[in-house]
Design a protein around this ligand. Sequence first.
Ligand SMILES: Nc1ncnc2c1ncn2[C@@H]1O[C@H](COP(=O)(O)OP(=O)(O)O)[C@@H](O)[C@H]1O
Ligand SMILES: [Mg+2]
Length: 324
Amino acid sequence: MTLVLTGASAGAWSAASTAAFETAPRGRPGLAPDADADAQVHPAAKRPASLYRAAEPETSEAVLELVGVSLSFGGVAALSEVDLSVRRGEILAIIGPNGAGKSSIVNVISGVYPPDRGHVRLKGQRYGQVPTQKLARLGVARTFQNLALFPGLSVLDNVVAGRAHRARSSFIEQLAGFGRAKRERLDARERAADVIDFLQLSPLSERLVGTLPYGLQKRVELARALVAEPDILLLDEPMAGMTATEKNEMAGFVTAARDRFGTTVVLIEHDIGVVMSLSDRVAVFDHGRRIALGTPAEVQRDQRVIDAYLGVAEDENAGEGEEL
Ligand SMILES: Nc1ncnc2c1ncn2[C@@H]1O[C@H](COP(=O)(O)OP(=O)(O)O)[C@@H](O)[C@H]1O
Ligand SMILES: [Mg+2]
């Protein structure tokens, strides 16, 4: 079955979500009724509902904020007066049609673009432009919409590269290869091996990344981001181009990573089923504006969201008007 999200219809929303839930993981109890989906979820991701309380308002604490952020390219307003507050430990999904400004948000948070107006608040500091070179030290790691790995290096070496910012040894020490530099290198490899194991990539550790299927390369990218031990993980379409099985696995790993490391996750994703089952909150964007923010259930009911984005689910039976 193929799902095509196009125009707008409340009825189709339920069709789209139901269909997507069939392949969605059981990251959050009660949202994915399909018991078989459990098989795909990382063991660490299977947690009782009480552990998700971190995202409730009374315990919330903003670890990252965008305040009045506007960004334009030539005449195109990529972001218009965007306010967004991300709570510690939550998985916040950002959804919206192509060109809605999703990647621009991640690029502003990671300092790739300075906003024309507004600022980003990270670790209590206010930044007109986030210093990209200090991003890892500010506790932020990201993955890219298009893979940004070293295809000619092994999985292990790619993941080790995610700890480059931790090196305290001097260039000379690193050249000489002993003392502090050696300890750092061993430590980086040990931590990389840990994360590789956590993401079930150990058998592939020595494989060149370029020889791996796309879905596994995306997982290596997640490993490289996680090895930096980030407080905040920005994932730009980590499941794009994946099969349903790969998406379920990835969703399980994202939840498991949040649970194990306490990492706050900002996730851009197109698959509504994945988003609804994985996220604590969902921010919906359209034409550079935030048009809704709430729990998956709240957003799912929001008429502006239905009109702007959620659209019509079409499959082979669509012409017959069959509800899925
Ligand atoms: N580097 C850029 N140069 C010119 N226009 C850009 C650039 N990046 C984004 N845009 C434009 O900004 C808008 C938002 O883009 P983007 O944030 O990539 O959207 P999304 O990730 O939601 O698909 C689009 O109209 C896009 O064409
Ligand atoms: Mg994008």
